[in-house]
Design a protein around this ligand. Structure first.
Ligand SMILES: [Ca+2]
Length: 472
C-alpha cells in the first residue's frame, strides 16, 4: 500500500513538475532588421532617429557590444542564423535568385534549421517577413521547421504595392505568401508584418513558441508613409530622412509585438534577440546610388565589407525573467549563437547531424560563465576572409584592400592602423586558425542571383531567338 501511495505521489509530482517545466520554457523571438547601419538605433548612438522600443529592450537586457553577423550581406547571413552553422559548411555564400521552379537555388535540404529542432522540442514556430533562402517548395519555411509563415520568399519587397503583372525580378512586387497561399497586405508592409507578429503571439500564448520576425526594413526601396517622413523633416538629406522613417516604423512595430506579449502575460518569460543581418550599404566611389541612408559609425565600410562596417551590427538580448537590466557583454558574439541558445533553452538537440555551431550565450549573459564565448570568429566571402580573436585582434583581407591587414579593435575600432608589419606572428597565428577552420568548408553551391538571371535570360533568348516568337 505504502509503495502504491508513494508511486501515486511520485506520479503526481512528475506530472506537476513536468507540466511546470514545460510552461517555464521561454518563448523566443528574433527580430532581424535588413541592411541597418550600426549607428541607427538609439542604443548604438543615433541621435536623429527615434527607436524608444529597441532602446528600452536593450537597456533592460544584455547589449552585445561586439555583436557580429555571419556575413556581410543578406542570404548567407540568414542561412547562418537559421541553420546555426557557418554557411560555408554547406556552400551558401551568395544571395539566391528568386526562382520557385529551381530546386537547387536555396538552402541545402540536408541542413536542419534550428526552428525544426525547436519544433521537435514542442515549440510552435512562426516566420514572418523576408525569407531569402530559396523560393522552391524544398526551401519553403513550412518545409523547413516552421508551423506558420507570412511574408515573401525573395530578398525584398515593395513596401506599399503588389502587382503580379510586372516582370518577376527578385519578386519585389509579387503577392505575399501566407503559409502556402498567395496573400495581400494592407497599408505599409513593415506595419503589416508587425501586426501579424503581434497576432501570432496572441494565438500561441499558451505554448512556448519561437517567432522569427525578419523585416525587410530598412532595405531599399526607400519607402515610408508620408506622415512618418514628415516627422523627420529636420533631416535634410532625402535618403536619410526616408530611412529614418523606415527605422522608426519598424521600432514602433516591435513595440506593438511587445505590447502583445505584455497583454498575453508572457513578456517576462520571452527571450528577445534583435540584430541586423549585415551593416548598412555605404556610398561607393563618390556615388550615393547604393546608399540607403544608413550610418555605420564608428566602423569602416558597410554591407559587403568584412571590415566591421559590414558585419558588426546592433545586437542585444532581452529576457526580464533571467537577464539583469544594464548587462553588457564585451566579448565577441555572433549570430550563430542565437540558434544554439534557443535550442539549449528549449531542451532540443543541437548535436544531431549536422551539428550546430555557436554557443549558448545565456551563461555568459548571467555571469555563470566567465571569459569569452568564442576564441575566434570567422568570415569568408569569395576569396576575401577575416578572423577575429577574443582579445579583439582582427586579421582581414577585405574587398577594398589589396593585402591582408591586422587591427587591434579595442584601440582602433575604425580599423585605420594596420599593425600586420609590427606583429607578423599574430597575423600568422590568426591566418593559420582561419585556414584550419576553412578546411571544413565546401565551395559555393549557388551562382549569384545577378549572374543567374543573366544566364536564364540568355537561355531563353537562345531557345527562342528574337523575332522568331509565334512564327509557324
Ligand atoms: Ca541585408
Amino acid at each position: 500500500m505504502k509503495t502504491k501511495i508513494l508511486l501515486f505521489t511520485l506520479t503526481i509530482i512528475g506530472i506537476t513538475f513536468g507540466h511546470a517545466q514545460k510552461n517555464k520554457k521561454p518563448n523566443i523571438i528574433v527580430f532581424m532588421a535588413d541592411d541597418m547601419g550600426y549607428a541607427d538605433t538609439g542604443f548604438t548612438g543615433a541621435t536623429d532617429i527615434q527607436t524608444p522600443n529597441l532602446d528600452n529592450l536593450a537597456k533592460n537586457g544584455a547589449f552585445f557590444k561586439q555583436g557580429y553577423a555571419n556575413h556581410a550581406y543578406c542570404g548567407p547571413s540568414r542561412a547562418a542564423l537559421l541553420s546555426g552553422r557557418y554557411q560555408h559548411r554547406f556552400g551558401f555564400e551568395t544571395n539566391p535568385a528568386y526562382d520557385p521552379a529551381n530546386p537547387h537555388m536555396g538552402i541545402d535540404v540536408g541542413e536542419k534549421l534550428f526552428p525544426k529542432r525547436l519544433q521537435e522540442a514542442g515549440y510552435k514556430t512562426g516566420a514572418i517577413g523576408k525569407w531569402h533562402l530559396g523560393a522552391a517548395a524544398e526551401f519553403h519555411p513550412l518545409n523547413r521547421g516552421f508551423d506558420y509563415f507570412y511574408g515573401f520568399l525573395g530578398g525584398g519587397h515593395d513596401y506599399f504595392r503588389i502587382d503580379g503583372t510586372k516582370k518577376v525580378w527578385e519578386a519585389y512586387l509579387q503577392p505575399l505568401v501566407r503559409n502556402k497561399r498567395a496573400d495581400n497586405f494592407e497599408g505599409y508592409l513593415t506595419t503589416a508584418l508587425s501586426n501579424d507578429a503581434a497576432q501570432f503571439v496572441k494565438d500561441n500564448k499558451e505554448n512556448p513558441f519561437f517567432l522569427y520576425v525578419a523585416y525587410n526594413a530598412p532595405h531599399m526601396p526607400l519607402q515610408a508613409p508620408k506622415e512618418d517622413i514628415a516627422r523627420y523633416a529636420h533631416i535634410k538629406d532625402n535618403k536619410r530622412r526616408v530611412y529614418a522613417a523606415m527605422v522608426d516604423v519598424m521600432d514602433r512595430g516591435i513595440g506593438t509585438v511587445i505590447q502583445s506579449l505584455k497583454d498575453s502575460g508572457i513578456y517576462e518569460n520571452t527571450l528577445i534577440f534583435f540584430l541586423s543581418d549585415n551593416g548598412g550599404p555605404q556610398s561607393k566611389g563618390g556615388s550615393t546610388k547604393g546608399w540607403n541612408g544608413s550610418d555605420n559609425q564608428p566602423f569602416r565600410g558597410g554591407k559587403g565589407n568584412l571590415y566591421d562596417g559590414g558585419v558588426h551590427v546592433p545586437f542585444f538580448a532581452s529576457w526580464p525573467n533571467k537577464i539583469k537590466p544594464g548587462t553588457v557583454v564585451n566579448y565577441p558574439v555572433n549570430s550563430l549563437d542565437i540558434g544554439r541558445t534557443a535550442v539549449a533553452l528549449a531542451g532540443g538537440d543541437a548535436t544531431a547531424a549536422p551539428a550546430m555551431e555557436g554557443v549558448n550565450l545565456i551563461p555568459y549573459v548571467t555571469g555563470e560563465a566567465q571569459g569569452a564565448p568564442h576564441d575566434y570568429i570567422y568570415w569568408k566571402s569569395g576569396n576575401k576572409w577575416a578572423v577575429l580573436a577574443a582579445d579583439g585582434t582582427k586579421h582581414v583581407l577585405d574587398r577594398d584592400s589589396k593585402k591582408p591587414e591586422l587591427f587591434y579593435l579595442p584601440k582602433d575600432v575604425s580599423e585605420q592602423n594596420d599593425i600586420s608589419s609590427k606583429n607578423p606572428s599574430k597575423a600568422k597565428e590568426l591566418k593559420a586558425k582561419w585556414t584550419t577552420w576553412n578546411k571544413d568548408n565546401i565551395s559555393p553551391q549557388m551562382i549569384n542571383y545577378k549572374g543567374y538571371h543573366k544566364l536564364r535570360d540568355q537561355f531563353y533568348e537562345t531557345a527562342v531567338p528574337k523575332g522568331t516568337k509565334n512564327k509557324k
